[in-house]
Design a protein around this ligand. Structure first.
Ligand SMILES: Cc1ncc(COP(=O)(O)O)c(C=O)c1O
Length: 394
């Protein structure tokens, strides 16, 4: 008897991605990496967190901040988030918010809550790899929701939800227009499906106008959150700190109540101290910190778009995001992103993520994802120039 033969069937669907091995080479000195998907630590509000830590662990505070706490989450943080949501035209109160350990946990719990094996889950083609991983454990059938091309899903079976990242998506950087959001709501209604709105990058807009969250559009139509089919997942990872693992769900009461039970069963609650730190720093610094991020990342995005324009050969196209952390590049049909990465690393010391990883069926061989939140503007110009030369030589 081998222990590995005793795993549940769903474990068979969990596979490490092949590109992980290649991406281990990124630590090599001199590599310009567009492969990451993480915030620049230089831009963390470190001093604010230092001061918040001293307060949270001081006399009269440490007793509660080192203790177990409510599964719903830190009361003050839920209040802050509710106000933040109201600022986005979502009529939420603290009772409509559940704190999660990052929005990744929310995706896992939503999979657990909604999916029976074989149920349909509509996802973008491509979509966020971590969402595919989270939902995959619940054995859904992934169906194609082609937000990038804005085509309607053709599905009449038991589709439980459509998962979208409407603002500056990972991996494409694309933002859904208001009309596309309304159309998605209509499609979901016709299918009797929920909408999971992953707003991880929502605050990171560098150009253009904000578009109302899908939940705001639906709540406006319904006169409140009750009866809304949209489940909004937010995160402090891209604005304050990913390492503290603090995110949230905002949804109708019936959904939140059930998610609280999943949270209880899963990890009791998110780290009390981390929630206290995020509550403190959000209250004092969010409003001034986010503009700093927008200014810094906005310059890097502009540098990347300029460099792509300057250096990409004929036949290569890319998205023109207004925020987030990624630009999505489509190479000529016959090109292969994974093979290109091998050569890019070996011959030009540059890295990126081959796009196929973001497709539920492994298609999209001729696509790649470029991150611009980590490299400097100088590295972006140099790295894209090298990539352009490599592509031109193929
Ligand atoms: C689209 C998207 N959703 C969710 C997450 C998870 O973020 P977290 O769990 O840190 O909130 C990420 C992280 O990269 C992401 O890109």
């Amino acid at each position: 008897m081998k222990l590995t033969d005793m795993f549940a069937q769903r474990a068979g669907r969990m596979k490490a991605s092949e590109i992980r091995e290649l991406l281990k080479l990124l630590d090599r000195p001199g590599v310009i990496s567009f492969a990451g998907g993480i915030p620049d630590p230089e831009l963390f509000p470190a001093e604010a967190f230092r001061e918040a830590s001293a307060r949270a662990l001081g006399e009269g505070q440490y007793e509660k901040n080192l203790q177990y706490s409510a599964s719903e989450g830190h009361a003050g943080l839920r209040e802050w988030i509710a106000e933040h949501m109201r600022g986005l035209a979502v009529p939420a109160t603290a009772d409509d918010i559940l704190i999660t350990s990052g929005s990744q946990q929310a995706l896992d719990y939503l999979g657990k809550l909604m999916l029976d094996a074989g149920d349909g889950a509509l996802v973008g083609w491509p979509t966020y790899l971590g969402a595919l991983g989270a939902f995959n454990a619940y054995e859904p059938e992934f169906q194609r929701l082609d937000v990038l091309r804005n085509t309607a899903p053709e599905q009449t079976g038991a589709t439980k939800f459509a998962y979208v990242t409407p603002d500056f998506a990972n991996p494409t950087g694309v933002t859904m227009t208001r009309a596309e959001r309304l159309a998605l709501l209509e499609q979901a209604e016709a299918l009797g499906a929920a909408v999971i709105e992953d707003a991880a990058y929502q605050a990171l807009r560098y150009a253009g106008e904000d578009v109302a969250p899908i939940l705001a559009l639906e709540a406006a139509r319904n006169g409140g959150l009750e009866g809304c089919r949209t489940i909004y997942c937010g995160s402090f990872s891209k604005t304050l700190s990913p390492g503290l693992r603090v995110g949230w769900v905002c949804a109708s009461r019936g959904v939140i109540d059930k998610l609280v039970l999943l949270k209880q069963a899963g990890d009791l609650h998110s780290a009390t101290l981390n929630q206290a730190l995020v509550a403190d720093v959000a209250e004092r610094e969010f409003a001034t910190h986010v503009p700093k991020l927008r200014a810094a990342y906005g310059k890097r995005l502009a540098a990347m778009l300029t460099a792509l324009e300057r250096h990409m050969p004929e036949g290569v196209s890319w998205t023109k995001p207004e925020g987030g952390m990624f630009v999505w590049v489509t190479l000529p049909e016959r090109a292969n992103g994974a093979a290109l990465l091998e050569r890019a690393l070996a011959e030009h010391n540059i890295a990126f993520v081959p796009g196929a990883a973001f497709f539920a069926d492994g298609s999209g061989q001729n696509t790649i994802r470029l991150n611009f939140s980590m490299p400097s503007e100088i590295q972006i110009e140099e790295g894209i120039s090298r990539l352009g030369k490599l592509l031109a030589s193929l």
